[in-house]
Design a protein around this ligand. Structure first.
Ligand SMILES: [Cu+2]
Length: 381
């Protein structure tokens, strides 16, 4: 595990979509089955993710070797080989799909079929299903397909870098090829990219060795799960394999949203939220009423540091020396205007900040929203 200082460097450099480039476009094409990818993602990922937890009893894991191009090349391995598991809420009989960087698939739909008709995870109390995502350096292991509806999305980071999982729903009629082509235009294509997808939330920044959770009411459609965090090389992780197609099918039945502690509103450019949140487990409906898309990520402020230190840290043009003045603790990733999701926390007392790191979408190369006012302190007690 890296030191907090190293992780903080990644955090500071993070800039949603800043890495839009030909490499990112190609990665999207490769992930979604586009046939015209001309560039392969850098830094090939391992063909199997590290196994960090005991496999669940009935989980079948399908691992696609890097470079496999046909559905028939997918091999189903014993559960012990690579299984995403989570303590009490493991996926029951669901198939887990690993898509290492560089693997080209015919289409996400056929991949899903070939993996053994992947189905949703366990349906828990209240009709809320659970979807476990393992994030590693650099890729995701999770379901290739899931029914829609209220879904508890748990992300476990088994890598050495910080990761998140941004759910992007391709708008009606949009093909993965279109999205890949827009990304490939780099900064010039960002406006186009924003018009092709709906930001549907997802687990926020998650420290190595940690887990975070959100509840999303997934609607039917083709999604991509992506990590836009960049490492020291400024290449976003999605270009290295952290890009996972997810097919969401019709919801079997409407499940009621769980009860929450409160509502947190994101707008251009701040948050409306309580000054104090309770320690322990709590849940918040997060809604975006702004024009631009926003996220509600949170970080704990270490003793001796303040909200002003966090603001100064992000305002600096070069990464300040020393450990960062905040420790990422997850939250709700970006939501398009009008979208909602539920952030699930289990917090220890202390000082915290809410922060939005997505860029100003009103201009090319826009500043992070954090620079425009979306850093807000709150207390947990
Ligand atoms: Cu924002």
């Amino acid at each position: 595990m890296r030191t907090l200082e190293e992780v903080g460097t990644r955090l500071h450099r993070r800039h949603f979509l800043m890495g839009a480039s030909a490499a990112v476009g190609s990665a999207i094409l490769a992930a979604c089955g586009g046939g015209t990818a001309t560039d392969t993602p850098k830094a090939p990922a391992p063909t199997t993710a590290p196994t960090t937890a005991a496999p669940t009893s009935a989980a079948a894991a399908a691992t696609r070797p890097a470079g496999s191009v046909a559905a028939s090349a997918i091999v189903t391995t014993a559960p012990a080989a690579s299984t995403t598991a989570s303590s009490a809420t493991a996926i029951g009989s669901a198939a887990v799909v690993t898509r290492p960087a560089g693997s080209a698939v015919a289409s996400s739909v056929s991949a899903t079929t070939a993996s053994g008709s992947a189905v949703a995870g366990t349906t828990g109390s209240g009709g809320i299903q659970t979807m476990v995502i393992e994030a590693f350096d650099f890729g995701y292991k999770t379901l290739g397909s899931t029914p829609g509806g209220q879904t508890r999305v748990q992300m476990k980071n088994t890598g050495k870098e910080i990761h998140h999982g941004q759910f992007m729903l391709l708008n009606t009629g949009v093909t993965p090829d279109q999205l890949g082509a827009a990304f490939a235009k780099g900064e010039q294509g960002l406006g186009e990219v924003f018009g092709l997808v709906t930001q549907a939330g997802g687990p926020g920044v998650t420290l190595p060795g940690s887990s975070t959770e959100v509840i999303l009411n997934l609607t039917e459609g083709q999604y991509l799960i992506a990590c836009f965090i960049a490492g020291a090389d400024h290449i976003p992780h999605l270009a290295k394999g952290m890009l996972m197609p997810l097919k969401v099918t019709a919801a079997p039945a409407a499940a009621a949203a769980p009860a929450v502690n409160d509502t947190i509103t994101m707008f251009d450019f701040n948050f409306t939220m309580p000054d104090t949140l309770p320690a322990g487990k709590s849940m918040y409906t997060v809604i975006n009423t702004g024009v631009q898309f926003h996220e509600f990520n949170i970080g704990q402020i270490p003793p001796g540091k303040t909200v002003d230190d966090v603001k100064a840290y992000y305002a600096a043009t070069t990464v300040p020396a020393g450990p960062p003045p905040l420790i990422p603790m997850g939250g709700m990733n970006a939501l398009t205007k009008g979208n909602t999701g539920i952030a699930v926390f289990d917090l220890t007392p202390g000082n915290y900040v809410a922060i939005c790191n997505v860029p100003d979408q009103s201009k090319p190369n826009g500043d992070s929203h954090a620079h425009l006012g979306m850093i807000k302190g709150f207390i947990v007690k």
